[in-house]
Design a protein around this ligand. Structure first.
Ligand SMILES: NC(=O)c1ccc[n+]([C@@H]2O[C@H](COP(=O)([O-])OP(=O)(O)OC[C@H]3O[C@@H](n4cnc5c(N)ncnc54)[C@H](OP(=O)(O)O)[C@@H]3O)[C@@H](O)[C@H]2O)c1
Length: 289
Protein backbone atom coordinates (compact mmCIF):
# COMPACT_ATOMS: atom_id res chain seq x y z
CA UNK A 1 0.00 0.00 0.00
CA UNK A 2 1.43 3.38 -0.97
CA UNK A 3 1.72 6.07 1.70
CA UNK A 4 0.38 9.56 0.93
CA UNK A 5 3.08 11.98 -0.25
CA UNK A 6 3.89 14.90 1.98
CA UNK A 7 5.52 18.19 0.97
CA UNK A 8 7.33 20.62 3.26
CA UNK A 9 5.27 23.80 3.13
CA UNK A 10 5.64 27.25 4.68
CA UNK A 11 2.72 29.46 5.65
CA UNK A 12 3.34 33.19 6.06
CA UNK A 13 0.59 34.95 7.99
CA UNK A 14 -1.31 33.51 10.92
CA UNK A 15 -4.34 35.75 10.90
CA UNK A 16 -7.74 34.08 10.95
CA UNK A 17 -7.33 32.56 7.50
CA UNK A 18 -3.58 31.84 7.52
CA UNK A 19 -3.86 30.00 10.85
CA UNK A 20 -6.69 27.86 9.44
CA UNK A 21 -4.61 27.03 6.33
CA UNK A 22 -1.59 26.07 8.43
CA UNK A 23 -3.73 23.93 10.77
CA UNK A 24 -5.20 22.02 7.79
CA UNK A 25 -1.72 21.38 6.37
CA UNK A 26 -0.48 20.10 9.74
CA UNK A 27 -3.54 17.84 10.03
CA UNK A 28 -2.80 16.44 6.56
CA UNK A 29 0.72 15.53 7.69
CA UNK A 30 2.70 18.05 5.64
CA UNK A 31 5.83 19.28 7.46
CA UNK A 32 4.65 22.85 8.05
CA UNK A 33 6.72 25.90 8.94
CA UNK A 34 4.85 29.03 10.01
CA UNK A 35 5.64 32.69 10.52
CA UNK A 36 3.64 35.73 11.56
CA UNK A 37 4.74 39.37 11.79
CA UNK A 38 3.39 39.72 15.32
CA UNK A 39 4.77 36.87 17.43
CA UNK A 40 2.59 34.79 19.72
CA UNK A 41 0.00 33.54 17.22
CA UNK A 42 1.65 30.17 16.57
CA UNK A 43 1.34 28.48 19.97
CA UNK A 44 -1.56 26.18 19.05
CA UNK A 45 0.03 25.29 15.70
CA UNK A 46 3.38 24.54 17.38
CA UNK A 47 1.61 22.28 19.87
CA UNK A 48 0.12 20.38 16.90
CA UNK A 49 3.52 19.93 15.26
CA UNK A 50 4.22 23.04 13.16
CA UNK A 51 7.71 24.55 13.19
CA UNK A 52 7.71 28.23 14.12
CA UNK A 53 10.25 30.41 12.27
CA UNK A 54 11.51 33.63 13.84
CA UNK A 55 11.67 35.52 10.52
CA UNK A 56 9.88 35.32 7.18
CA UNK A 57 13.24 34.68 5.48
CA UNK A 58 13.89 31.62 7.66
CA UNK A 59 10.35 30.38 7.08
CA UNK A 60 10.77 30.70 3.30
CA UNK A 61 14.11 28.89 3.41
CA UNK A 62 12.45 25.89 5.08
CA UNK A 63 10.19 24.79 2.19
CA UNK A 64 10.01 24.59 -1.61
CA UNK A 65 6.34 25.60 -1.39
CA UNK A 66 5.45 28.91 0.30
CA UNK A 67 1.83 29.90 0.92
CA UNK A 68 1.18 33.53 1.84
CA UNK A 69 -2.10 34.74 3.33
CA UNK A 70 -1.87 38.35 4.52
CA UNK A 71 -4.20 41.34 4.53
CA UNK A 72 -3.27 42.50 1.02
CA UNK A 73 -0.59 42.42 -1.67
CA UNK A 74 1.41 45.31 -0.18
CA UNK A 75 1.71 43.26 3.01
CA UNK A 76 2.95 40.29 0.93
CA UNK A 77 5.76 42.36 -0.59
CA UNK A 78 6.63 43.83 2.81
CA UNK A 79 6.72 40.42 4.48
CA UNK A 80 8.90 38.90 1.75
CA UNK A 81 11.41 41.76 1.58
CA UNK A 82 14.75 40.16 2.30
CA UNK A 83 13.52 36.57 1.86
CA UNK A 84 15.13 34.42 -0.86
CA UNK A 85 12.24 33.02 -2.89
CA UNK A 86 14.48 31.99 -5.83
CA UNK A 87 13.44 28.55 -7.11
CA UNK A 88 10.41 28.28 -4.82
CA UNK A 89 6.75 28.07 -5.66
CA UNK A 90 5.09 31.11 -4.11
CA UNK A 91 1.32 30.86 -3.65
CA UNK A 92 -0.45 34.06 -2.72
CA UNK A 93 -3.89 33.41 -1.20
CA UNK A 94 -4.38 37.00 -0.04
CA UNK A 95 -7.37 38.78 -1.60
CA UNK A 96 -6.73 41.34 -4.33
CA UNK A 97 -7.48 42.44 -7.88
CA UNK A 98 -6.48 40.81 -11.17
CA UNK A 99 -4.16 43.75 -11.87
CA UNK A 100 -2.46 43.25 -8.49
CA UNK A 101 -2.09 39.53 -9.17
CA UNK A 102 -0.45 40.09 -12.55
CA UNK A 103 1.93 42.67 -11.06
CA UNK A 104 2.76 40.28 -8.22
CA UNK A 105 3.55 37.55 -10.78
CA UNK A 106 6.06 39.85 -12.52
CA UNK A 107 7.60 40.87 -9.18
CA UNK A 108 7.88 37.25 -7.99
CA UNK A 109 9.30 36.18 -11.36
CA UNK A 110 12.04 38.80 -11.09
CA UNK A 111 12.95 37.27 -7.72
CA UNK A 112 13.17 33.82 -9.32
CA UNK A 113 9.98 32.37 -7.84
CA UNK A 114 7.27 30.49 -9.68
CA UNK A 115 4.08 32.36 -8.80
CA UNK A 116 0.55 31.09 -8.32
CA UNK A 117 -2.21 33.44 -7.34
CA UNK A 118 -5.25 32.22 -5.48
CA UNK A 119 -8.55 33.14 -3.89
CA UNK A 120 -10.31 31.47 -0.97
CA UNK A 121 -14.08 31.31 -1.34
CA UNK A 122 -14.94 30.38 2.21
CA UNK A 123 -14.45 31.23 5.88
CA UNK A 124 -11.60 29.95 8.08
CA UNK A 125 -13.80 27.40 9.87
CA UNK A 126 -14.49 25.60 6.57
CA UNK A 127 -10.82 25.24 5.55
CA UNK A 128 -9.96 21.56 5.13
CA UNK A 129 -13.54 20.65 4.20
CA UNK A 130 -14.29 19.67 0.57
CA UNK A 131 -16.98 22.40 0.51
CA UNK A 132 -14.18 25.01 0.66
CA UNK A 133 -13.50 26.13 -2.93
CA UNK A 134 -10.03 27.55 -3.46
CA UNK A 135 -9.24 29.07 -6.85
CA UNK A 136 -5.76 29.12 -8.39
CA UNK A 137 -4.32 30.80 -11.45
CA UNK A 138 -0.82 30.71 -12.90
CA UNK A 139 1.39 28.07 -14.51
CA UNK A 140 -0.38 24.70 -14.80
CA UNK A 141 2.78 22.68 -14.06
CA UNK A 142 3.34 24.40 -10.69
CA UNK A 143 -0.31 23.93 -9.79
CA UNK A 144 -0.28 20.25 -10.78
CA UNK A 145 2.91 19.61 -8.83
CA UNK A 146 1.25 20.78 -5.61
CA UNK A 147 -2.42 19.99 -6.22
CA UNK A 148 -2.37 17.29 -3.53
CA UNK A 149 -1.16 19.82 -0.94
CA UNK A 150 -3.86 22.30 -2.00
CA UNK A 151 -6.38 19.46 -1.64
CA UNK A 152 -5.71 19.47 2.11
CA UNK A 153 -7.20 22.98 2.24
CA UNK A 154 -10.48 22.22 0.45
CA UNK A 155 -11.41 21.67 -3.18
CA UNK A 156 -8.79 23.36 -5.37
CA UNK A 157 -9.71 24.61 -8.84
CA UNK A 158 -7.11 25.72 -11.42
CA UNK A 159 -8.59 28.38 -13.72
CA UNK A 160 -5.73 28.87 -16.18
CA UNK A 161 -2.30 30.36 -16.76
CA UNK A 162 -3.40 34.02 -16.55
CA UNK A 163 -2.49 35.02 -12.98
CA UNK A 164 -5.45 37.42 -12.81
CA UNK A 165 -8.15 34.77 -13.19
CA UNK A 166 -8.50 33.83 -9.51
CA UNK A 167 -9.02 37.47 -8.49
CA UNK A 168 -11.50 38.13 -11.31
CA UNK A 169 -13.62 35.21 -10.10
CA UNK A 170 -13.13 36.24 -6.48
CA UNK A 171 -14.39 39.82 -6.91
CA UNK A 172 -17.23 38.61 -9.17
CA UNK A 173 -18.33 36.15 -6.49
CA UNK A 174 -18.01 38.75 -3.75
CA UNK A 175 -20.27 41.03 -5.79
CA UNK A 176 -22.77 38.20 -6.11
CA UNK A 177 -22.54 37.46 -2.39
CA UNK A 178 -23.11 41.08 -1.37
CA UNK A 179 -25.99 41.51 -3.83
CA UNK A 180 -27.62 38.37 -2.44
CA UNK A 181 -27.04 39.42 1.15
CA UNK A 182 -28.38 42.93 0.53
CA UNK A 183 -31.45 41.46 -1.15
CA UNK A 184 -31.93 39.06 1.74
CA UNK A 185 -31.52 41.79 4.36
CA UNK A 186 -34.02 43.98 2.53
CA UNK A 187 -36.46 41.07 2.50
CA UNK A 188 -35.82 40.34 6.17
CA UNK A 189 -36.44 44.00 7.08
CA UNK A 190 -39.60 43.99 4.95
CA UNK A 191 -40.87 40.84 6.67
CA UNK A 192 -40.03 42.20 10.13
CA UNK A 193 -41.77 45.52 9.39
CA UNK A 194 -44.85 43.54 8.28
CA UNK A 195 -44.83 41.69 11.61
CA UNK A 196 -43.32 38.46 10.27
CA UNK A 197 -40.21 37.07 12.03
CA UNK A 198 -37.20 37.38 9.73
CA UNK A 199 -36.43 33.75 10.62
CA UNK A 200 -39.67 32.65 8.89
CA UNK A 201 -38.68 34.61 5.79
CA UNK A 202 -35.17 33.04 5.85
CA UNK A 203 -36.58 29.53 5.50
CA UNK A 204 -38.54 30.46 2.39
CA UNK A 205 -35.70 32.62 1.02
CA UNK A 206 -33.25 29.71 1.19
CA UNK A 207 -35.37 27.63 -1.18
CA UNK A 208 -35.95 30.66 -3.43
CA UNK A 209 -32.23 31.30 -3.79
CA UNK A 210 -31.74 27.70 -4.96
CA UNK A 211 -34.32 28.27 -7.70
CA UNK A 212 -32.63 31.48 -8.85
CA UNK A 213 -29.18 29.81 -8.84
CA UNK A 214 -30.56 27.15 -11.19
CA UNK A 215 -31.04 29.92 -13.81
CA UNK A 216 -27.36 30.95 -13.81
CA UNK A 217 -26.14 28.49 -16.45
CA UNK A 218 -28.89 29.43 -18.94
CA UNK A 219 -28.39 33.17 -18.41
CA UNK A 220 -24.61 32.73 -18.71
CA UNK A 221 -25.12 31.19 -22.16
CA UNK A 222 -27.23 34.21 -23.15
CA UNK A 223 -24.58 36.65 -21.88
CA UNK A 224 -21.87 34.78 -23.83
CA UNK A 225 -24.02 34.88 -26.96
CA UNK A 226 -25.29 38.42 -26.17
CA UNK A 227 -28.75 37.19 -27.14
CA UNK A 228 -31.63 37.29 -24.63
CA UNK A 229 -34.75 35.41 -25.71
CA UNK A 230 -37.92 35.93 -23.66
CA UNK A 231 -38.09 32.25 -22.60
CA UNK A 232 -39.95 32.64 -19.31
CA UNK A 233 -40.85 36.25 -18.47
CA UNK A 234 -40.08 39.44 -20.35
CA UNK A 235 -38.29 42.37 -18.75
CA UNK A 236 -41.60 44.26 -18.96
CA UNK A 237 -43.20 41.60 -16.74
CA UNK A 238 -40.33 41.84 -14.24
CA UNK A 239 -40.61 45.64 -14.21
CA UNK A 240 -44.30 45.49 -13.23
CA UNK A 241 -43.38 43.26 -10.26
CA UNK A 242 -40.58 45.66 -9.31
CA UNK A 243 -43.23 48.36 -8.88
CA UNK A 244 -44.85 46.15 -6.24
CA UNK A 245 -41.54 45.85 -4.38
CA UNK A 246 -41.03 49.62 -4.43
CA UNK A 247 -44.63 50.24 -3.31
CA UNK A 248 -44.51 47.68 -0.47
CA UNK A 249 -41.18 49.07 0.72
CA UNK A 250 -42.57 52.63 0.86
CA UNK A 251 -45.82 51.53 2.51
CA UNK A 252 -43.87 49.85 5.31
CA UNK A 253 -41.67 52.92 5.79
CA UNK A 254 -38.42 51.19 4.83
CA UNK A 255 -35.38 52.60 3.03
CA UNK A 256 -36.04 52.29 -0.71
CA UNK A 257 -32.42 52.37 -1.92
CA UNK A 258 -32.13 48.69 -2.86
CA UNK A 259 -35.48 48.38 -4.72
CA UNK A 260 -34.87 51.70 -6.45
CA UNK A 261 -31.50 50.49 -7.71
CA UNK A 262 -33.07 47.26 -8.99
CA UNK A 263 -35.87 49.14 -10.77
CA UNK A 264 -33.57 51.83 -12.15
CA UNK A 265 -31.55 49.26 -14.11
CA UNK A 266 -34.73 47.72 -15.56
CA UNK A 267 -36.22 51.16 -16.34
CA UNK A 268 -33.11 52.08 -18.31
CA UNK A 269 -33.15 48.80 -20.25
CA UNK A 270 -36.84 49.22 -21.12
CA UNK A 271 -36.22 52.84 -22.16
CA UNK A 272 -33.49 51.52 -24.46
CA UNK A 273 -36.05 49.24 -26.14
CA UNK A 274 -35.28 45.91 -24.37
CA UNK A 275 -38.63 45.43 -22.55
CA UNK A 276 -39.67 42.48 -24.73
CA UNK A 277 -36.45 40.55 -24.15
CA UNK A 278 -35.50 38.21 -21.31
CA UNK A 279 -34.22 39.40 -17.91
CA UNK A 280 -30.55 38.75 -18.73
CA UNK A 281 -30.65 41.59 -21.26
CA UNK A 282 -29.76 43.83 -18.29
CA UNK A 283 -26.19 42.62 -18.88
CA UNK A 284 -26.13 44.85 -21.96
CA UNK A 285 -26.35 47.93 -19.69
CA UNK A 286 -23.53 46.57 -17.55
CA UNK A 287 -21.31 46.07 -20.60
CA UNK A 288 -21.95 49.66 -21.59
CA UNK A 289 -21.40 51.46 -18.27
N1 LIG B 1 -11.28 35.62 7.04
C1 LIG B 1 -12.02 35.25 5.99
O1 LIG B 1 -13.19 34.81 6.12
C2 LIG B 1 -11.43 35.28 4.59
C3 LIG B 1 -12.11 34.63 3.54
C4 LIG B 1 -11.56 34.67 2.25
C5 LIG B 1 -10.38 35.35 2.02
N2 LIG B 1 -9.76 35.97 3.07
C6 LIG B 1 -8.51 36.72 2.78
O2 LIG B 1 -7.42 36.18 3.49
C7 LIG B 1 -6.50 37.24 3.76
C8 LIG B 1 -6.19 37.23 5.26
O3 LIG B 1 -7.42 37.43 5.95
P1 LIG B 1 -7.54 37.15 7.52
O4 LIG B 1 -9.01 36.97 7.78
O5 LIG B 1 -6.58 36.09 7.94
O6 LIG B 1 -7.09 38.56 8.10
P2 LIG B 1 -6.51 38.89 9.55
O7 LIG B 1 -7.02 37.92 10.56
O8 LIG B 1 -6.76 40.34 9.76
O9 LIG B 1 -4.94 38.64 9.40
C9 LIG B 1 -4.13 39.50 8.61
C10 LIG B 1 -2.75 38.93 8.54
O10 LIG B 1 -1.94 39.77 7.72
C11 LIG B 1 -0.76 40.09 8.44
N3 LIG B 1 -0.23 41.36 7.97
C12 LIG B 1 -0.91 42.51 7.69
N4 LIG B 1 -0.06 43.47 7.25
C13 LIG B 1 1.17 42.91 7.25
C14 LIG B 1 2.46 43.40 6.88
N5 LIG B 1 2.64 44.65 6.42
N6 LIG B 1 3.52 42.55 7.00
C15 LIG B 1 3.34 41.29 7.46
N7 LIG B 1 2.16 40.78 7.83
C16 LIG B 1 1.08 41.58 7.71
C17 LIG B 1 -1.21 40.11 9.88
O11 LIG B 1 -0.09 40.04 10.73
P3 LIG B 1 -0.17 40.57 12.25
O12 LIG B 1 -0.75 39.43 13.05
O13 LIG B 1 1.21 40.87 12.59
O14 LIG B 1 -1.08 41.79 12.26
C18 LIG B 1 -2.06 38.84 9.89
O15 LIG B 1 -1.24 37.68 9.93
C19 LIG B 1 -7.15 38.55 3.32
O16 LIG B 1 -6.65 38.94 2.06
C20 LIG B 1 -8.63 38.17 3.24
O17 LIG B 1 -9.36 38.97 2.32
C21 LIG B 1 -10.24 35.95 4.34
Amino acid sequence: MSTPTTTPVTVLGLGRMGAALAAALVRAGHPTTVWNRTPGKAAALAADGATVASTAARAVAASPLVIVCLSDYDAVRAALAGADVDGRVLVNLSSGTSEGAREAAVWAGELGAVYLDGAILTVPAAIGDPSAQILFSGPAEAYAAHEAVFGALGTPVHLGADHGLASVHDVALLGLMWSMLNGFLHGAALARAAGVPAADFAAIAERGVGTVASWFAGYAGQVDERSYPDDDASLNTHLAAMDHLVHETGALGLDAGIPRHIKDLADRAVAAGHGGEGYAVLAELLFRS
